[in-house]
Design a protein around this ligand. Structure first.
Ligand code: COI
Length: 356
C-alpha cells in the first residue's frame, strides 16, 4: 500500500513539448491537451502508486465496465496564472469533496485527498507553461474516474483508473445563449444521480439538446421531472434569474449539481449587496416577469462556462427575448469572481489556493 503521507509521485516526462504547435488565441474548448497526465489505478481494494506521464492513449479491454454501464465520474476545475506568474486554483476542496460524493453514488471507491492535491500540484508545476496569464485565460483541469475491470457483469467494478488531464481554455460558450425550457424530457429525478458529475448525466442530454439546437436554441434549462413547472439547471451550468433587482436560483437537491461557481456567486451577490433568493423558481413566474418587463437577466454559471448570459428562452410556442441591461449582474458578478480567481482582488473567503 502506498503511504499516504510520505508517497512520491512517479514522474516520467515527455521527450518534447507540443506547446509550440498550439495557437493560444484560437482555442476550441477541450480539444488541446497539455504534455502530461496524472494516473492512479485502483486494484484489489487499494489505490496504487500515482504517476505522471506523457499525455497518451489508454489501453483498456473492450469489456471494461465503464464502456458498458457508464461507471464514470468527473470534475471540472481551472488553474489561473497571475501577473507575477503564480499559479492558483479556485476552491479545489469543493471539487475534491464532490468527486468523492459522485463516486460514492456510483458505488466507486473514494480517492485519497493527498493523492488528489499532490497530483494536481505536481502536474501543474510540470505543465505550468500551458497556463497563460490574463483574464479570459485558464487551464481547464479534468479529474475523472473510470471502471476498468474487464467484465460485462452489471455490478460495481473492482478496478478503476483515476486520471487528471489538462486543457488550455477560453470561454465554453462564445456569445449569448438561447435556451429552451424543458417540457418533455428530463435530466434527473428524485433519488437519481442528478447531483453527481456522472458521465451518463451528460450523454442523456445530448439527444434533447440536439432537438433544441435544430430550433436554434443551444441549451435546455431542465425542469423538474414530475411537473416540468420548476426551473432547475442547464446541464452544463446552474441557472440564475434576475427579476427586477433580485436574483433567483434553485436550491440544490439530489437532482441539481452543487456547482462551485453557483455557490460562489451566491456569496459574491451577498458581498455586493445584491439580493439573492435560493428557492424554487417556477416557469410561470419567469414567463410572467418577462411579460411584465420585470425579467432583466438570465445567466448560467459553471466552471467551464464561467457566467454565460442568456438572451432568449422558449416555452410552449412562445419565445421571450431578454432586454439589453446596463450594469448587468452577470457582468458584475463575473468580474468580481474572475478578479478573485486571477489574484487581482482581495480573497476574503479564502477561496484561492496557491500551487507552490
Ligand atoms: C464544467 O463546467 O466544468 C463542466 O464540467 C461542464 C462540462 C460540460 C464542460
Amino acid at each position: 500500500m502506498t503511504n499516504l503521507d510520505t508517497f512520491k509521485i512517479d514522474i516520467s516526462k515527455a521527450k518534447q513539448s507540443k506547446i509550440e504547435q498550439v495557437d493560444f488565441d484560437n482555442l476550441a474548448f477541450g480539444r488541446v491537451f497539455t504534455d502530461h497526465m496524472f494516473v492512479c489505478d485502483f486494484v484489489d481494494g487499494v489505490w496504487q502508486q500515482p504517476k505522471i506521464m506523457p499525455y497518451q492513449t489508454l489501453t483498456i479491454e473492450p469489456s471494461a465496465r465503464v464502456l458498458h454501464y457508464g461507471q464514470a465520474v468527473f470534475e471540472g476545475m481551472k488553474a489561473y496564472k497571475d501577473v507575477q506568474g503564480k499559479v492558483w486554483l479556485f476552491r479545489p476542496d469543493q471539487n475534491f469533496n464532490r468527486i468523492n460524493k459522485s463516486a460514492a453514488r456510483l458505488a466507486m471507491p473514494e480517492f485519497p485527498q493527498t493523492f488528489f492535491f499532490k497530483g494536481l500540484e505536481e502536474l501543474l508545476k510540470i505543465d505550468h507553461q500551458w497556463i497563460k496569464s490574463g483574464i479570459g485565460n485558464s487551464l481547464y483541469l479534468r479529474p475523472f474516474v473510470i471502471a476498468t475491470e474487464p467484465a460485462i457483469a452489471a455490478s460495481p467494478a473492482n478496478a478503476y483508473k483515476f486520471m487528471i488531464i489538462c486543457s488550455p481554455a477560453k470561454a465554453y460558450y462564445t456569445g449569448k445563449v438561447r435556451v429552451l425550457f424543458a417540457e418533455k424530457y428530463s435530466r434527473s429525478a428524485n433519488g437519481g444521480v442528478g447531483f453527481a458529475k456522472a458521465a451518463g448525466n451528460y450523454a442523456a442530454q445530448f439527444y434533447p439538446t440536439s432537438l433544441a439546437q435544430k430550433e436554434g436554441f443551444q441549451q435546455v434549462i431542465w425542469t423538474d421531472a414530475n411537473t416540468h413547472e420548476n426551473l432547475e439547471e442547464a446541464g452544463t451550468m446552474n441557472t440564475f434569474f434576475r427579476v427586477n433587482d433580485t436574483l433567483l436560483t434553485a436550491p440544490i437537491s439530489d437532482r441539481i449539481l452543487d456547482g462551485v461557481t453557483r455557490k460562489s456567486l451566491i456569496q459574491l451577490a451577498e458581498d455586493l449587496n445584491i439580493k439573492c433568493e435560493v428557492r424554487t423558481v417556477t416557469v410561470n413566474e419567469i414567463k410572467t416577469a418577462a411579460r411584465n418587463g420585470e425579467l432583466k437577466e438570465i445567466f448560467g454559471a459553471g466552471t467551464a462556462a464561467v457566467i454565460s448570459p442568456i438572451e432568449a428562452f422558449k416555452h410552449g410556442d412562445e419565445v421571450f427575448e431578454l432586454p439589453e441591461v446596463k450594469d448587468s449582474y452577470a457582468d458584475l458578478l463575473k468580474t468580481s469572481m474572475l478578479n478573485i480567481q486571477h489574484n487581482l482582488a482581495e480573497d476574503k473567503h479564502g477561496w484561492r489556493y496557491e500551487v507552490k
